[in-house]
Every structure is written in structure tokens, then in C-alpha cells.
Write a protein that binds this ligand. Structure first.
Ligand SMILES: Cc1cc2nc3c(=O)[nH]c(=O)nc-3n(C[C@H](O)[C@H](O)[C@H](O)COP(=O)(O)OP(=O)(O)OC[C@H]3O[C@@H](n4cnc5c(N)ncnc54)[C@H](O)[C@@H]3O)c2cc1C
Length: 517
């Protein structure tokens, strides 16, 4: 048992919600006191509510005693969004609030509790031929819908924008335990957009307890295309044009380093099985077997020579529609010097959209952390060039300390170009890695010793990249405690946001410090 800073306050919490919902075990305090990148101040306890009413009661009991509350969904972020900076804080694990409350195929909406994972919702909707328009992050086997709504993000359905834009309404628990519904479940906004106010707040304004999302029919047909490019200017021009035309439901790219990392992972062969399953569901048994065999035959060598690559998925109501979009994508890629290669990567990913979160460690067990910015199209190439120059300037210490870096790219709707540099370095795993990565996979990886100099270099480069993004007027998801929202905001808008924070959280006990508030 850890030493409790506030035993009396905890006794009132336990009296209000029951002892089973509160843990002070040393193992829990360690696990919940860290995210994928950082270790924060140890929370005084972990509270795991199993109903919305229990959540509200627990929040009121904690804040009534002056204890801050930190909401945590799947814990899959790396920007200290749920890590305490100072003072006594209660970590609230929303994983116990994971029910799908109602699927309504007549009025085309679904309500889930905030701790429901993207994968669980996708699996529940799939047999009904339904889906949400923005349908999760690649971490969705563990990451929650409440976490996605709270710190925003994107992957599946990125043609439609970022995740938090898609919510119809939230039920939010405020700092004093009030349960408040934002807007309406039919259309957003209903008057000034309260749903939008709580979206992407990283839990600064309240804790999402339930989320209502719109439904759409799942696509009936898919086409896949992958293209290799020699230079970043060809690659960015093609990526932007595909996004402007709205042709791909998802398109994403890798630089040479990340491509090599992706190819080193041992999941491609295993994923062929998932692919066969998907193809069977989509288009019959023989097509499934044939596609699975093609993936295995293509192996990992098809991108060995490529410098940059783009992977695209087109979806449609029928095969002709998906193929027509893919033909247009192909034409754009070729116009910009692209060469078509095996489409294994998008096919495998679509077949298994929510893989285990094993990629939170590098292929040999290195530590991993991404940093990202979303710039307008005209800034994509200058931003990439500035980051390449930064890495070149630090080539010697990076080489010496074993710090590797690559990037992933992803257009967002028609207006945004996400650039995500990713670092790998040999360093000790945390309790969260050990709890999240599959046992069998973990057993194959190195367990590196702690490596403070390499980590310090990663932290320095991450800060310099955030500064480059600042000069390029980038915006960010996952703001947490890592990106300077205040500095980048319009002063009048920032002042208004601070007043809103003051109004909903006058004692500064709702995730204090997150977003810089
Ligand atoms: C392997 C891997 C792959 C990833 N892939 C992607 C990707 O494809 N796209 C992407 O955008 N990101 C990705 N991420 C980053 C991250 O997983 C996502 O941003 C995800 O949305 C985090 O959700 P979570 O439930 O784990 O949130 P947490 O990490 O638990 O919390 C994130 C923030 O939201 C707040 N919060 C959580 N739940 C609530 C709530 N109910 N109410 C109020 N505040 C809350 C927390 O306080 C914190 O500030 C990936 C991460 C990993 C490890």
C-alpha cells in the first residue's frame, strides 16, 4: 500500500462509492501514474466507477474534499494529459464505463459510455452493416471513445475530418458532480455549440460519461492502392491533391525510415489471416484466399527501394464506384512521379483496423513516441524540410545514442496535412507498456536499461519540432500538457476559454493544468 496523502478525504470517497471502486495498491498507482511517454506524480488513489451516477458521486466527493480529479480513458496518449503536476489527485479510470447504451438504426445514432473502446463499438455495429463516420484511432483496441472525443485525433474515416468533430452530444460530469447534457442527439449544433466546447478539452472542463455519435451505412466495396515516390516534393504534392479531391476514405504515408520499421515488424504474415477473413466477409471465399496469398507472396520486399510511400483506401456503395475513385488516385500519383507498388499495407490494415497496441514499442523493444502537427497543404513541404534539416543537424548525437526518427503523414479532410515525426530509442519500458503490449510479443523484445541521455535528446528534439510546428502555424490534437495552446490561440479567444474554465471549475480541481489552463 502506498502512503496516502489524504486518508480522510479518501475515506469520504470510499463511503460515497464503496471500497470496491477505489484502489490504492502500489501496482495500480504506478500503472495509472504514467502514460506512453512520461511518468507523472503518483495519484492518491485510482477510482473506477461502473455507472455514470457513481462517477458523478465520486467526483463530487473528491472535489468536495479539495482533491483534483484526472480522467483517463484507455491511457494510450503520450502528452501527459492525465498526469498530475502537483498536489493530491484522484485518477479516474473510465474503463468500467464501457457499455454500448443504445444502437438506434432508425434514427441513425448510437450512444456509448465514454470508456467503450473503438474496437468494441465497431464490432457491435458491423453485423448491422453500420458504422460511425469517424470510426477510431489505430489504438482503438484499447483507446476509448471518450478519450478520442476529449483529446481529438484521427485515422479511420479521416476524409471526414478529426474524431471530435463527429459527436452529436455528450453527457458530461462537471467538477461539482452535476451531470450535464450538451446539445441534442439529432443534429449539432442546437444553438451555440456546447458539444464543441467540451470536445478536445482533454478533460479540462469536465468528464465525458456518455457520447452520442451519428451512424452511417458501412461501405459495400473497397479498392486499395499504394504508391512509391522518390522525393518529398512529389510525395507531398500527390498526398495533397488526393486529399483535395476527397478520393480516399483514408490515405497515409511513410518516409523511408518508418517504412523500414513497419517492414521489420512481424505482423504482416500474421495479418494475412485477418485479411482472408475480411475478404471473405466482403467478397466471398475465393477472393479472400487469393488476396491473402498475394499478401504473403509479396512479403516485405516490395518497398525496399522506395523512399516515400502513400497508402490509400477508396470505399463505395459498389465496386465500380470504389474502382473509379482508385483509378483517379492512381492517375494523381502517376502525374506526380509515383510508381504503383503492392497494396499490402492498406489491405492488411483495413482487414484488422484495431490491432493490439504492440507498436507502442519499437520492433526490437525500443521506446517510441510520436509528435505531430497539422499544417495547411502549402506548408507541408517547408515543414518536412525544416524537420529533415533538424535531424541532419543532430545526426551525430542521434547516431551515437541510437535515436532513430521517421515520419508518418496523413491528410485530414480537404484542409489539413498531418505530419507526425516518430522517435525510437533504446530505453527502459514502463509499467504501462508491460500491461498493454501482448505477452507473447513482449517476450520477443529486448528489455533495454534506462537511458537518460537518449531520452533527453528525444525530449530536446520533440521540443524543437513543436517550435517548428509553431512557426508553421500548425494545430494539434492531443494537446494535453505538451502543446502550447494559449500561446497559439487568439488572445480574446484564450481569455474567453479561461473564463469558461473558471465558470465550470472555480476551484481548479478538474484535471488542473491540462491545456495550460
Ligand atoms: C499504438 C498506438 C497507436 C495510436 N494510433 C493513433 C491514431 O491512429 N490516431 C490518433 O489520433 N492517435 C493515436 N494514438 C494516440 C492515442 O491512442 C489516441 O489519441 C487516443 O484517442 C487516446 O485515447 P485514450 O482513451 O487512450 O485516452 P487517454 O490517453 O486515456 O486520455 C487522453 C486525454 O483525454 C482525457 N480523457 C480521457 N477520457 C476522458 C473522458 N471520458 N472525459 C474527459 N476527458 C477524458 C485525459 O484526461 C487525457 O487528457 C495511438 C497511440 C498508440 C499507443
Amino acid at each position: 500500500m502506498a502512503t496516502l496523502a489524504r486518508p480522510t478525504a479518501l475515506e469520504s470517497l470510499v463511503a460515497a462509492v464503496g471500497a470496491r471502486a477505489v484502489s490504492t495498491s502500489a501496482a495500480d498507482l504506478e500503472l495509472y501514474g504514467q502514460d506512453v511517454f512520461s511518468v507523472g506524480r503518483t495519484p492518491v488513489a485510482v477510482f473506477r466507477p461502473v455507472s455514470v451516477e457513481m462517477l458523478a458521486t465520486g467526483v463530487a466527493a473528491a472535489t468536495g474534499q479539495g482533491i483534483a480529479v484526472l480522467p483517463r480513458g484507455g491511457g494510450m496518449s503520450y502528452t501527459s494529459g492525465y498526469l498530475a503536476e502537483s498536489g493530491d489527485a484522484l485518477l479516474i479510470d473510465l474503463g468500467g464505463l464501457d457499455r454500448i447504451v443504445e444502437i438506434d438504426p432508425v434514427d441513425m445514432r448510437v450512444t456509448v459510455e465514454a470508456g467503450c473502446s473503438w474496437a468494441a463499438l465497431y464490432e457491435a455495429l458491423r453485423p448491422l452493416g453500420l458504422r460511425t463516420p469517424l470510426w477510431g484511432t489505430l489504438s482503438g483496441s484499447t483507446a476509448t471513445i471518450g478519450g478520442g472525443m476529449s483529446q481529438n485525433g484521427l485515422f479511420w474515416g479521416a476524409r471526414g475530418g478529426s474524431i471530435a468533430t463527429s459527436a452529436l452530444s455528450f453527457d458530461v460530469v462537471l467538477a461539482d458532480g452535476t451531470i450535464m447534457k450538451t446539445g441534442s442527439d439529432t443534429l449539432r449544433p442546437f444553438g451555440p455549440d456546447l458539444t464543441g466546447l467540451f470536445a478536445a478539452d482533454c478533460g479540462a472542463l469536465g468528464i465525458k460519461a456518455r457520447v452520442t455519435l451519428p451512424l452511417m451505412r458501412e461501405a459495400a466495396a473497397f479498392a486499395y492502392g499504394s504508391f512509391a515516390f522518390e522525393t518529398p516534393d512529389q510525395f507531398t504534392a500527390a498526398t495533397s491533391e488526393i486529399a483535395r479531391c476527397g478520393l480516399a476514405s483514408e490515405s497515409f504515408g511513410f518516409d523511408p525510415f518508418l517504412q523500414a520499421q513497419r517492414m521489420k515488424r512481424d505482423s504482416l504474415g500474421a495479418d494475412a489471416k485477418a485479411l482472408v477473413g475480411m475478404m471473405k466477409a466482403q467478397g466471398g471465399f475465393w477472393k479472400g484466399l487469393k488476396e491473402g496469398a498475394k499478401v504473403v507472396a509479396a512479403g516485405r520486399s516490395f518497398l525496399d527501394e522506395a523512399r516515400f510511400s502513400i497508402h490509400t483506401i477508396a470505399e463505395g456503395r459498389n465496386q465500380a464506384a470504389a474502382d473509379t475513385d482508385m483509378a483517379a488516385i492512381r492517375e494523381i500519383a502517376e502525374q506526380h512521379g509515383g510508381r504503383e507498388v503492392e497494396n499490402t499495407i492498406p489491405k492488411v490494415l483495413r482487414a484488422n483496423p484495431f490491432p493490439p497496441v504492440n507498436s507502442m514499442l519499437g520492433p526490437s523493444g525500443e521506446r517510441w513516441v510520436p509528435v505531430h502537427g497539422v499544417v495547411r497543404h502549402s506548408r507541408a513541404l517547408p515543414t518536412i524540410e525544416a524537420i529533415i534539416a533538424l535531424f541532419e543537424a543532430h545526426a551525430e548525437p542521434m547516431e551515437r545514442l541510437g535515436v532513430g526518427a521517421g515520419y508518418m503523414f496523413l491528410p485530414v479532410a480537404t484542409t489539413g496535412f498531418l505530419i507526425e515525426p516518430v522517435f525510437y530509442w533504446p530505453d527502459a519500458q514502463g509499467a504501462l507498456h508491460q500491461a498493454s503490449v501482448e505477452r507473447a510479443h513482449l517476450a520477443k523484445l529486448h528489455d533495454f536499461p534506462a537511458n537518460p541521455p537518449a531520452r533527453a535528446l528525444v525530449e530536446q528534439l520533440r521540443a524543437e519540432i513543436i517550435a517548428i510546428f509553431g512557426r508553421m502555424e500548425a494545430v494539434h490534437f492531443q494537446i494535453g500538457r505538451a502543446y502550447p495552446l494559449g500561446e497559439r490561440s487568439n488572445p480574446a479567444g484564450w481569455a474567453l476559454l479561461k473564463q469558461v474554465k473558471e465558470a465550470v471549475d472555480p476551484h481548479h480541481l478538474m484535471n488542473p493544468g491540462v491545456l495550460g489552463l
